[in-house]
Design a protein around this ligand. Structure first.
Ligand code: HEM
Length: 458
């Protein structure tokens, strides 16, 4: 007798045919290429990693199921998030349930378009000052570490825009500390839990750096407590909110976690978007000329404002294409709460799911010439043909990035300012390898040679 498709029992997942040990080594050595090879071979796959079972998904409908349709069944109780919690505590990125929902509701107005419009000037000013700071180095065509420069710039922007603090003075100290804690998180995420209890040197460095960050964050909170006028920024919003029933305000501990979260979630991701975009523009001179010509035509040499952004559509497409090829968050992890079924495949409780955004964004199933740099694929008439969620650099559903508009505005304003100030060419003699750190980074940094910006597009 034929059983209707709808009530056929779920199938067991396709199994990856490698030993747990080999899979573990491949994951540790090069997670990006290993996950890519899995997604090229299987529509969805289960991999054994010691006692854990990892499920790797990349198809847009599967991603939609996990992030939107049945999102409540997928939590952030993963090893990666367990490590991130050691740094961020229980802030917007890491919290869950009612507490997360309350915090998200409080934070949302700080990211409203009208509010963001007030932040544009600060973003442009910070970029101008960075460019001016290069001064003579431009004439001498010196080489700069672009990834570091972008990290410093976005750290300053997020600090000023959301928290009303100027971290430029402490920027290198904070930058180094951030670097150290993220390094620790990345390495630990890919290690076996066996080493967790050992007092390793990297753990000692982590504790020291975390203490530096804690101190900076506490300083910010103390300063605001001493003068708690409403400045209309995110920190003021968090400080003003009162529990409807008890009237309680957020404690220093809760504020600390949210401030730390904004610093970390809000700067490295955008810094990497800028870094990869500058690399791609140097590798694709025709597209770079087109961006520069667009800027020249619209701005005629003046600084951009947010009102100009609508007239810079090619710049926007360039950034989107950069985030397709180099998604700053190349994979998103979740843990399955209860047994579930995706597209007829059975997922078990406690399965660990990896949404392989890196593979979705480069899959020939959804993109023509997927490895090619083609900003015009984001023209509406072409992009409309791409399946929903084949492109999701900011994730989707209720846990979608709260800073997506902030980041897109920042990336456009920074590039519109910078590309009118300087021209950045890749320095020769470097091999650029993307590495899935906490975000997607060039493994050994990105060196670029400074030069004066071309006048009115060449
Ligand atoms: C190009 C830049 C950015 C990218 C690609 C990006 C990407 C993402 C992604 C993929 C997530 C979801 C992670 C998950 O669910 O596991 C996320 C969450 C988040 N992002 Fe971003 N992000 C960017 C910039 C920003 C900025 C500028 C801010 C703040 C100013 C920010 C704050 C957050 C927060 C608070 C969350 C957690 C939201 C929640 O769960 O309610 N991000 N981001």
């Amino acid at each position: 007798m034929l059983v209707p498709a709808a009530i056929q029992p779920a199938r067991p997942l396709p199994q990856h045919d490698e030993s747990s040990y080999r899979s573990f080594l491949a994951l540790k050595r090069n997670p990006l290429s290993w996950l890519m090879s899995l997604s090229m071979r299987y529509p969805i796959v289960e991999v054994r990693l010691g006692r854990r079972r990892l499920v790797v998904v990349h198809q847009p409908e599967h991603v939609q199921h996990i992030l939107i349709k049945n999102a409540r069944n997928y939590t952030k109780q993963t090893r990666g998030y367990q490590m991130i919690r050691k740094v961020l505590g229980n802030g917007l990125v890491t919290s869950e349930g009612d507490f997360w929902m309350r915090q998200r509701r409080i934070a949302q107005p700080a990211f409203h378009r009208k509010r963001l419009a007030m932040l544009g000037e600060g973003m442009v000013k910070a970029t101008q000052e960075m460019g001016e700071g290069w001064g003579e180095a431009v004439a001498r065509r010196e080489v700069v570490e672009v990834n570091e420069a972008m990290m410093g710039l976005t750290l300053r922007i997020v600090g000023e825009a959301l928290l009303g603090v100027d971290v430029t003075g402490a920027s290198s100290q904070v930058g180094d500390a951030v670097e150290e804690v993220l390094e620790f998180v990345a390495v630990q995420t890919r290690s076996l839990p066996l080493t967790d209890a050992l007092p390793t040197p990297s753990k000692m460095r982590f504790r020291r750096s975390k203490a530096v960050l804690d101190q900076v964050v506490q300083g910010i909170i103390d300063e605001r407590r001493a003068d708690d006028r409403d400045r209309g920024d995110l920190l003021s919003m968090f400080m003003a909110v009162q529990d409807e029933e008890t009237g309680e305000r957020m404690t220093d501990g809760q504020l600390h976690d949210e401030v730390m979260t904004m610093f970390l979630a809000g700067h490295e991701t955008t810094a990497m978007t800028l870094t990869w975009t500058l690399m791609l523009l140097s590798q694709h001179p025709a597209e770079r000329r087109r961006v520069v010509a667009e800027l020249a035509e619209v701005l005629e040499g003046r600084a951009p404002t947010i009102d100009d952004l609508g007239q810079l559509p090619f710049l926007e497409r360039v950034i989107k294409e950069s985030m397709r090829l180099y998604p700053p968050v190349p994979m998103v992890a979740r843990t399955v709460v209860d047994e579930d079924e995706i597209d007829g495949w059975r997922l078990n409780k406690d399965h660990y799911v990896v949404i392989n955004t890196w593979a979705t964004h480069r899959s020939p199933e959804y993109w023509d010439n997927p490895e090619g740099f083609d900003p015009d694929r984001f023209l509406p008439e072409r992009f409309d043909a791409v399946p929903k969620l084949a492109y999701s650099p900011f994730s989707a559903g209720q846990r979608k990035c709260i800073g997506d508009n902030f980041a897109m505005m920042e990336a456009r304003l920074v590039l519109a300012t910078l590309l009118q100030q300087v021209e950045l060419d890749l320095a020769v003699g470097q091999t650029i390898v993307p590495e899935a750190h906490v975000t997607l980074r060039p493994a050994t940094g990105l060196k670029m040679r400074l030069g004066p910006a071309p006048r009115f597009g060449r």
